[in-house]
Design a protein around this ligand. Structure first.
Ligand code: UTP
Length: 300
C-alpha cells in the first residue's frame, strides 16, 4: 500500500562550517543565533509544524551543543522556578515535545550524500525529509513549505521532491541548479530533467537553485551507493539525485513563491542578512531595531 504519511526527517549538521570561521572554530554553525534562537531550532520547529514525529541528526565532532539544546535541563528549570524566573521558563518549553530525537555520527564530513547515507537504517522502508540544519524557510503567511512538499511528494508518487528558489543568474555557481522538463519551466511544481552542482558561470541550465529541503523515497540509498565521489572525495547529493533521474525515477521540484524565503546562514553575508530580518520581525524588539536602523541609515 502506498505510504500515507511522512513522519521522519534527517537533519545533517556534521559539516565544518569553515566559511564562518572563527565563529565556528569550537561551536556548530547550526547553533549560531538568528534573532533569539539558534538556526537549528527554527528547522526543528518547522519540521514539528509539518507533522514530523522522528528526527535524526547526522552530527560530528564539536556538535554536542545541538544534542544539549534539544534535551531537558532539570537543573536550569529548578533554578528558574525557585528564583521566580517563570517568564524565562516559557523559553524552555520547546524541549517539552513528543518528537523523538536520534543521533548518528558522520566521523568525516564526506559530503551531503554521505551524510544522508547515514540515515539508511533510520529511514528503513519509509519516505523521509532531509532538511539542512543551517537553513530556515520562512513563509509570510505562516504556511509550512515542507508540509506542502510532503503532500505533493506522496500525491505525485515521486521518489524525490526538491524545494527550489529563483536566484540571481550571476549567483548560480554557488548552488545546485535544476533543469525543468521542457514545457514545464513556468510551473510551480515541475519535473526535473537534470541538475548540476555549482555550474560554471554562463553554463547553468536555469536560475532555480535547490533550497535546503528534500523529500526522498528509499530509492535514494541505492542511488547514493552507485554515486562516485567527486574530486575532493565527497559524495554530492546532487549527483545521486541526477542518478535517480537516469535510473528512471520521478524527481520533481516545488518552487518557493513570493512571500516564501530561504535563509541560508552558510556565509557571513547571508548570516548577517538573516539576523537583520529576524531581528526586525521580532515581536518584542522589532520596533526598536527598526527605529535604530532608520537612524543608522541616515548616517550611511
Ligand atoms: P554546507 O556544505 O553548507 O556546510 O552544508 P559546511 O560544509 O559545514 O560549510 P563550509 O563549506 O565548510 O563553510 C549544508 C549542511 O549540511 C551539513 C552541514 O552541517 C550543513 O548544515 N553537512 C555538510 C553534513 O552534515 N555533512 C557533510 O559532509 C557536509
Amino acid at each position: 500500500m502506498p505510504q500515507q504519511k511522512i513522519t521522519k526527517v534527517v537533519i545533517p549538521v556534521a559539516g565544518l562550517g569553515t566559511r564562518l570561521l572563527p565563529a565556528t572554530k569550537s561551536q556548530p554553525k547550526e547553533m549560531l543565533p538568528v534573532g533569539r534562537k539558534p538556526v537549528v531550532q527554527y528547522v526543528v520547529e518547522e519540521m514539528q509544524a509539518a507533522g514530523i514525529e522522528q528526527i535524526l541528526f547526522v552530527t560530528g565532532r564539536k556538535k554536542m551543543a545541538i544534542e544539549d539544546h534539544f534535551d531537558a535541563d532539570p537543573e536550569l528549570v529548578k533554578t528558574l522556578s525557585s528564583g521566580g524566573g517563570y517568564a524565562l521558563l516559557e523559553e524552555l518549553k520547546y524541549t517539552e515535545t513528543d518528537v523523538r530525537f536520534f543521533y548518528t555520527r558522520q566521523s568525516v564530513p564526506l559530503g551531503l550524500g554521505d551524510a544522508v547515507n547515514h540515515a539508511r537504517e533510520f529511514a528503513n522502508d519509509d519516505h523521509f525529509v532531509v532538511a539542512l540544519g543551517d537553513s530556515i524557510i520562512k513563509s509570510d503567511d505562516g504556511s509550512n513549505f515542507t508540509r506542502k512538499m510532503m503532500d505533493l511528494h506522496l500525491r505525485e508518487g515521486a521518489d524525490c521532491t526538491l524545494a527550489v528558489e529563483e536566484v540571481d543568474p550571476d549567483e548560480t555557481y554557488r548552488y545546485g541548479i535544476v533543469k525543468p522538463r521542457a514545457g514545464q519551466e513556468d510551473r510551480d511544481v515541475f519535473e526535473v530533467e537534470d541538475l548540476v552542482e555549482k555550474p560554471k558561470l554562463g553554463t547553468a541550465p536555469s536560475n532555480l537553485a535547490i533550497a535546503a529541503r528534500y523529500v526522498f523515497s528509499p530509492a535514494i540509498f541505492e542511488a547514493i551507493r552507485r554515486t562516485a565521489p567527486d574530486r575532493q572525495g565527497e559524495l554530492q547529493l546532487t549527483d545521486s539525485i541526477r542518478l535517480l533521474i537516469q535510473l528512471g525515477h520521478k524527481v520533481q521540484a516545488v518552487r518557493l513563491r513570493p512571500g516564501e524565503r530561504r535563509y541560508d546562514i552558510g556565509n557571513f553575508e547571508s548570516y548577517f542578512k538573516a539576523f537583520i530580518d529576524f531581528a526586525l520581525a521580532d515581536e518584542k524588539y522589532g520596533y526598536m531595531i527598526r527605529q535604530y536602523l532608520k537612524r543608522k541609515a541616515r548616517e550611511l
